[in-house]
Design a protein around this ligand. Sequence first.
Ligand SMILES: NC(=O)c1ccc[n+]([C@@H]2O[C@H](COP(=O)([O-])OP(=O)(O)OC[C@H]3O[C@@H](n4cnc5c(N)ncnc54)[C@H](O)[C@@H]3O)[C@@H](O)[C@H]2O)c1
Ligand SMILES: [Zn+2]
Ligand SMILES: [Zn+2]
Length: 374
Amino acid sequence: MKVRAAVLREMGLPAPYAESRPLEVTEVELDPPGPGELLVQVRAAGLCHSDLSVIDGSRPRVMPMALGHEAAGVVLEPGPGSEGFEPGDHVVLAFVPVCGECGPCRAGRPALCEPGAAANTAGTLLSGERRLRDASGAPLNHHLGVSAFSERVVVSARSAVKVDPELPFAVAALFGCAVLTGVGAALNAAAVSPEDRVAVFGLGGVGLAALLGARVAGAREIVAVDVVPEKLELARELGATHALRAGDEIVDAVREVTGGGADKAIETVGSERVLAQAYAATRRGGTTVTVGLPHPDRTLAIPAVSLVAEERTLRGSYLGSCDPARDLPRFIRMYREGRLPVDRLLTHRLSLDQVNEGFDRLASGRAVRQVIEL
Ligand SMILES: NC(=O)c1ccc[n+]([C@@H]2O[C@H](COP(=O)([O-])OP(=O)(O)OC[C@H]3O[C@@H](n4cnc5c(N)ncnc54)[C@H](O)[C@@H]3O)[C@@H](O)[C@H]2O)c1
Ligand SMILES: [Zn+2]
Ligand SMILES: [Zn+2]
């Protein structure tokens, strides 16, 4: 079947993207779902910095690729053997397919699913197949098993989680990346407790979701840090006890307002320089969780002895260290109870044709989460 999708053919085209138009919105051929796969009508797809990092080349991926990885939609047709899904089911798509059988999956760490990661790197679905072709018949790569910026997609059923049909699609989409990643970083990776003074560096969709996660965990202080004043304002409204403008003095400023350093710091910028600040802003015994995705060439230098003599912890968190099948329903319930107001992250609604302009807005810090409605 023919569908309209946003295809990236070349990384690193110059901004502004409204002019260079790295994403071509074009008609592509979508094959039917294979065994264990689903045909899904995408109803909403969010713009994440990880998409922008593929566009600007700081997160290299196989080209050409149908971009996007944060989506919600409706199952149109389950492929053979896709147990548990019916036409009409509402689903959120997670950006790591969970095979359920590999070592990390069995150990309860499905965010590290090995066949899932291999498929994502190869630009295929979990089956190893590509279900998208361009007009000339050449295969297109899938982005993280989702390729959200498309009217319809074929995904592994292992990428999909059924959700409450009452959830508006534009909000549901955010759960697929920003909420899983940010709330999961706070609850699963940082394990924020009511005793904690938490600092969140970077207040995009992921960072503000981490802030909401810290709030739902009852953190006694939440220090929000960003370079954009409007983000600081929003962070205050969402429950930050302190909001600080990032700059050279930020480490001292965080240490001062937390009375000696944060117990937990969560970095969601994607800069090793900011990660070093987040680490330095924690107190003795503190934990730093890094969520941002810098270019693979970037390295971090920290005083090695501080890990030991000050019992500091530095850990990464992918997909919020979540099990999507467990955590999506959990986070959605918190939203419905009014405890996790993630709809506040949604700042813009776009059409598929406005996707390049949307990435200019994200790059300039003028948006939190923008959702393409289809
Ligand atoms: N680990 C994961 O599973 C995962 C999932 C999604 C996104 N990510 C990564 O997380 C990062 C954030 O994603 P996002 O979609 O929220 O991005 P975003 O662009 O919406 O947010 C980034 C924020 O960082 C702020 N910032 C820039 N420089 C700063 C500085 N020096 N100090 C403090 N703040 C600064 C920006 O103003 C912006 O508000 C990206 O690197 C993205 O690739 C990781
Ligand atoms: Zn993302
Ligand atoms: Zn697995």
